[in-house]
Write a protein that binds this ligand. Structure first.
Ligand code: MG
Ligand code: MG
Length: 275
């Protein structure tokens, strides 16, 4: 069953997402070769608890961290470790936050420079595909319109879209119906209606789309061991268009100040104003 949200609930989900993006911004200001996943996990947890909110992933089905940290050929669901990041790493960081009973869910992949041209392009294509998907999350469109926009752009750029994992509804639960695939056909799937809140989260592989689970029981890795990227926003379908509830601009402001993180050239489409 899909839970459509009231305006008040959407504001609570926005609040959780803004705290989450503040935590990712705190992480972005510290991220550099030599720092470990466990250290940035601690930075994020401290930030979230200081805002009187809870990490949304910690304890979720036994997950040990505040962040999912997935490096290079790890796609998603990586566990924070004491291994230090190094130059050239693609560090995908996914975070959940719960406050006032509502979740936020957002992810960003940081490239510790210098990156290869191919890896930089993977990040740019993945983040652009996220916004092309978001652009379709308007009333009257269907769920397949979102997936098609993402898949079409990614495949035209010769990268591949995971089939095994998808986006989802967000609200009182971290994962709610409906599923939001990053692939699909236009005009197929449920009709998007006002009050629908979903996480759109393309997971895009440099090589083939196939993945498997690592022996830790959590981390998803590419079968061909080539790199993967992941960007995610929580968005609400509103009467007059789409409303992005998470805010990557505060993360990107920190990236601009951090010379260890590669700056991406992204051409983000401009959407209709809120409400
Ligand atoms: Mg997420
Ligand atoms: Mg998600």
């Amino acid at each position: 069953m899909i839970f459509y949200k009231t305006d008040e609930e959407i504001e609570l989900i926005r609040q959780s997402n803004l705290i989450l993006c503040g935590a990712l911004a705190a992480v972005a200001s510290e991220l550099k070769p030599g720092i470990t996943g466990l250290k940035i996990d601690q930075i994020a947890e401290t930030y979230i608890r200081d805002q009187k909110a809870e990490p949304g992933f910690k304890g979720y089905r036994g997950f040990p961290g505040t962040l999912c940290i997935s490096v290079n050929n790890q796609v998603v669901h990586g566990i924070p470790t004491d291994v230090a990041f190094k130059e050239g790493d693609l560090v995908s960081i996914d975070c959940g936050v719960r406050k006032n009973g509502y979740y936020g869910d957002s992810a960003y992949t940081f490239g510790l420079g210098p990156l290869s041209d191919e890896h930089k392009r993977l990040l740019e294509v993945t983040i652009t595909s996220l916004y092309l998907g978001i652009e379709k999350a308007v009333p009257g469109n269907r769920i397949g319109d979102i997936g098609f926009a993402i898949q079409d752009y990614v495949e035209k750029n010769n990268f591949s879209v995971l089939r095994d994992l998808v986006g989802h509804g967000v609200g009182r639960s971290l994962h709610e119906p409906p599923e939001v695939p990053n692939f699909g056909r236009p005009g197929k799937g449920i009709v998007l209606k006002e009050g629908l809140v979903i996480a759109i989260e393309p997971m895009i592989n440099l090589g083939k789309k196939e993945v498997r689970q690592a022996s830790d029981g959590w981390t998803i890795i590419t079968k061909d061991l080539l790199a993967s990227a992941h960007f995610e926003h929580t968005v609400a379908v509103r009467k007059n268009g789409v409303d992005i509830l998470s805010d990557h601009t505060i993360i990107e402001a920190e990236i601009k100040k951090n010379k260890n993180i590669e700056h991406l050239s992204i051409n983000i489409p401009i959407f209709a104003p809120r409400n």
